[in-house]
Design a protein around this ligand. Structure first.
Ligand code: CTP
Ligand code: CA
Length: 482
């Protein structure tokens, strides 16, 4: 007699969760699904759909809050289609807002309240189980991004090497750090062996993962997302209220008329608007990477540090411990500039960027900000955070589920705490491209730096029981007592 068959995989009952990421530059909706029948949350949560909301972030609707709610309608209707009707009522729906709303809340809290009221009203019209809309703290944003990266992390070359060290002496299993670059803030989060959280408690998130206690270091730099940092850089160049600036971070031949009031209309630069400035100034590009880097450096303050060590602006940062996954604008920008390749040494990256910045505007002709953004990313990583060579590895996300804080946020809020190892490897095509700073090695052999090698090693690990035992530790238990 034939063995009784389990349900066809396509017919397996799925649970769903929806998270709206209300970022400073835009809002995105993510749908996650996981098998309903699995005990102890051992089924893998996967992103099944994403929808980019048309228009800008919700904070841009401060003067017309109802439009913030309306803007979400199309993506919400799409979610209604994508989640089976039967599951609608049990599907939790969350909205988390980040730095754009943090800034609006600082500037005008009643406008921010009105935006949230409009958003709530719009979301409650849908049949999902609405769980609220709120502003995430920078610490939560960093920590949940870290949770996502470690949930998704499919071992990459450096991870393999670090994993071979197995348990680190004080903090259990090696984990992957998270680097998130948004439009208005940027986050760095990692576990460092010699950091117990006592030196700067506000940067510390403690949690337990499968019997190991971790102290996650996390910091969110408000105003250091790529759009706000551009304002900081332009503010730096317009302190004397000029009518024209020659900006090395823009291509030669690029010209733009900028309004002083618009530029200075952000808590990141407000109060610095030069007195008696004209209405507008003309920005002319001259495409010089070296000079651009000097301007970008000037937005970091390295002068004071009351801790044993700091990154910048007097913010404590323990010794870096990689590998790191870099996502959102880190990926958009470096991918656009073709700079995610593992085999390119840092000097070559700089040369390529310098050539890109020097390219006349009529040969580029769209997306004017990438010279600035690429320069900012390199400067932030190397001067701001102090990534050194070859001790730290940074990978740019190139495939798979969108990394970001949303998955970690949902796992935490739905108490999705797996008690057993997953029965299959994480998201199948999740790959990180290797940043050159991973590969440049002082007195050591080059780390495994080709995708082929990475894939081979991953395959090897997947085939071993050790791999799934390793994964056990990365599942989330008693996450984040923030
Ligand atoms: N394909 C894309 C998508 C976005 N961006 C830019 O990348 C930056 C960051 O985008 P994102 O990570 O989506 O930022 P937000 O989440 O909106 O901002 P924050 O996290 O600071 O709230 C923005 O300047 C956005 O315009 C880009 O250059 N290329
Ligand atoms: Ca973001």
């Amino acid at each position: 007699m034939a063995k009784p068959q389990g349900p066809h995989p396509g017919l397996m009952l799925q649970n769903y969760g929806i998270v709206l990421d209300a970022g400073s530059s835009h809002t995105a909706l993510y749908i996650y699904a996981w098998p309903a029948e699995k005990d102890n949350n051992t089924g893998r949560v996967e992103q099944t759909h994403s929808c980019k909301v048309k228009g800008k972030g919700i904070s841009s609707y401060a003067s017309q809050p109802w439009k913030a709610g309306e803007s979400l309608t199309l993506c919400m209707q799409e979610a209604e289609q994508k989640v089976p009707n039967k599951r609608h009522h049990e599907t939790p729906l969350y909205l988390g807002a980040t730095a754009g709303m943090r800034l609006l809340n600082m500037e005008n809290s009643s406008a921010s309240d009105k935006v949230f009221q409009a958003v709530e009203k719009a979301l409650q019209k849908f049949p999902f189980s609405y769980q609220g809309a709120r502003i995430l703290s920078g610490q939560e944003e960093g920590a949940f991004g870290w949770v996502t990266v470690n949930y998704l992390d499919d071992l990459c070359s450096c991870c393999v090497l670090t994993s071979m060290r197995f348990l680190s002496p004080s903090q259990g299993l090696e984990t992957t750090g998270a680097l998130d670059l948004g439009g208005a803030s940027t986050q760095i989060s990692f576990v460092s062996d010699n950091y117990d959280g006592s030196e700067s408690p506000s940067n510390s998130v403690t949690f337990r993962l499968y019997g190991n206690d971790y102290n996650l270091y996390t910091h969110s730099f408000l105003c250091y997302g790529k759009d706000q940092v551009l304002r900081l850089a332009l503010a730096q160049q317009t302190q004397s209220g000029p009518r024209t600036i020659l900006d090395p971070c823009f291509h030669p031949g690029y010209t733009e008329i900028k309004n002083y009031s618009v530029l200075y209309d952000s808590p990141c630069v407000s109060g610095r608007k030069p007195q008696g400035a004209p209405e507008n100034f003309t920005l002319r590009g001259n495409g010089s990477f070296g000079q651009c880097q000097e301007i970008v450096k000037s937005v970091f303050n390295f002068t004071s540090c009351k801790y044993s060590q700091c990154s910048f602006n007097g913010v404590f940062q323990p010794l870096l411990q990689g590998p790191f996954g870099a996502f959102s604008a880190y990926y958009f920008v470096m991918n656009f500039l073709n700079l995610t390749d593992t085999s390119i040494p840092l000097d070559t990256v700089k040369d390529k960027l310098a050539r890109y910045c020097a390219t006349p505007w009529d040969e580029v002709s769209y997306l004017a900000e990438y010279c600035f953004s690429g320069t900012y990313i390199l400067t932030l990583l190397t001067e701001g955070y102090n990534f050194t060579f070859p001790s730290s590895c940074v990978y740019f996300q190139i495939k798979g589920s969108d990394a970001g804080w949303t998955l970690g946020y949902m796992l935490n809020l739905t108490n999705m705490i797996p008690a057993e190892a997953p029965d299959k490897p994480p998201l199948p095509h999740y790959v990180w491209a290797v940043l050159p700073i991973c590969g440049k090695v002082k007195g050591q052999r080059m780390l495994l730096n080709t995708v082929l090698q990475i894939t081979w090693i991953q395959g090897l690990f997947r085939r071993t029981k050790a791999f799934s035992q390793w994964r056990v530790h990365l599942w989330l238990k008693d996450i984040l007592s923030i």
